[in-house]
Design a protein around this ligand. Sequence first.
Ligand SMILES: *[C@@H]1O[C@H](CO)[C@@H](O)[C@H](O)[C@H]1NC(C)=O
Ligand SMILES: *[C@@H]1O[C@H](CO)[C@@H](O)[C@H](O)[C@H]1NC(C)=O
Ligand SMILES: *[C@@H]1O[C@H](CO)[C@@H](O)[C@H](O)[C@H]1NC(C)=O
Ligand SMILES: *[C@@H]1O[C@H](CO)[C@@H](O)[C@H](O)[C@H]1NC(C)=O
Ligand SMILES: *[C@@H]1O[C@H](CO)[C@@H](O)[C@H](O)[C@H]1NC(C)=O
Ligand SMILES: *[C@@H]1O[C@H](CO)[C@@H](O)[C@H](O)[C@H]1NC(C)=O
Ligand SMILES: *[C@@H]1O[C@H](CO)[C@@H](O)[C@H](O)[C@H]1NC(C)=O
Length: 309
Amino acid sequence: MKIMMSSVSCIRKLIFVLLQFNLLFPNYSGAVADASLSGGCIENERHALLELKASLVLDDTLRLPTCDSNSYGCCSWEGIGCSNQTGHVERLDLNGHQFGSFRGEINASLMELQHLKYLNLSWSYFSNSIFQQLFGSLSKLRYLDLQSSFNGRRVPNDLARLSHLQYLDLSDNFFEGTIPHQLGNLSHLQYLDLSFNNLVGTIPHQLGSLSNLQELHLGHSYLNVGGEWLSNLTLLTHLDFSGLPNLNSSHVWLQMIAKLPKIQKLKLSDSGLSDLYLHSLSPSLLNFSTSLTILDLSYNTFSSSKIFE
Ligand SMILES: *[C@@H]1O[C@H](CO)[C@@H](O)[C@H](O)[C@H]1NC(C)=O
Ligand SMILES: *[C@@H]1O[C@H](CO)[C@@H](O)[C@H](O)[C@H]1NC(C)=O
Ligand SMILES: *[C@@H]1O[C@H](CO)[C@@H](O)[C@H](O)[C@H]1NC(C)=O
Ligand SMILES: *[C@@H]1O[C@H](CO)[C@@H](O)[C@H](O)[C@H]1NC(C)=O
Ligand SMILES: *[C@@H]1O[C@H](CO)[C@@H](O)[C@H](O)[C@H]1NC(C)=O
Ligand SMILES: *[C@@H]1O[C@H](CO)[C@@H](O)[C@H](O)[C@H]1NC(C)=O
Ligand SMILES: *[C@@H]1O[C@H](CO)[C@@H](O)[C@H](O)[C@H]1NC(C)=O
């Protein structure tokens, strides 16, 4: 009876997770039907998940995202999603917001989940880096969310090997050094967030090859924007250059943004922009697309409120 109760609440949670998931993967149907029909997941993936769980430490005021770990059907565990066709685990969501922040190591058994398309490890603090192993094994990843999860050193060049990525969030990981130009190879990317790191150098012009990019967040680092490359990102709707102290050293980026036909939200707060900076521009350069609905210029030093008309 106790087990029944827990699996009912488990399935309810799973349905919630799957509902969210279906927003991301409209063609993807989750595990509920399959798990109850076939009894669950593939054995080596189930072992990998148990191993992974065993290596994680959790503040005991917080709960672990699992149901009955002895039950055969790991596809019905919280945070897990399987393909309803192959039964492989395709989704692993251990984000710390929902489940409470994890500590400890990410066990290499994660790499057994070779069919993963979605991996969310955001908001936990892992003591080891899994990057090198990720690139070799999880080549099918489409969504990778590692916001606030690692103490990075450099953004690894080998990320470019995850060639199916559509969504990449590496924000708030203390990354140093430059943005690797190889990221320009991730031609399916729609969302890229590298903000809140300690990145330096000029943004590589190769990012101009990311022709499917819709959101680009590069704020709160020490990057130089440069800019010609920006005009290639014709699908861009959201751009965040907030908190880049060198933004005021060039006008090029601003001219390029004015060419972006779909831009909706532009964040330029806290970037050393001033009246002096804008007065040196011809007004025609500030002719943004009518799609622009939000322009954030807070924490700059303008004396007039009539700058962008
Ligand atoms: C698997 O998912 C697809 C797409 O959502 C759906 O059409 C199909 O009926 C599902 N198959 C099973 C066995 O649930
Ligand atoms: C992590 O994985 C290794 C093998 O890769 C294994 O020997 C070890 O026991 C695992 N650690 C935990 C805590 O599960
Ligand atoms: C990962 O989880 C966080 C916290 O719930 C959420 O805000 C974020 O959107 C998730 N990432 C993806 C790619 O779904
Ligand atoms: C990026 O693409 C170029 C050609 O398009 C290729 O030569 C290069 O090896 C790729 N780099 C990586 C890291 O995949
Ligand atoms: C940007 O587009 C132009 C023309 O469409 C092209 O010549 C150039 O190579 C592109 N730049 C990058 C970085 O992709
Ligand atoms: C650019 O902004 C920095 C602060 O972020 C400021 O110290 C500097 O004077 C500004 N330069 C120009 C040319 O406005
Ligand atoms: C701004 O752009 C619109 C449409 O592209 C054009 O009709 C208009 O003349 C431009 N205004 C200025 C001041 O350049």
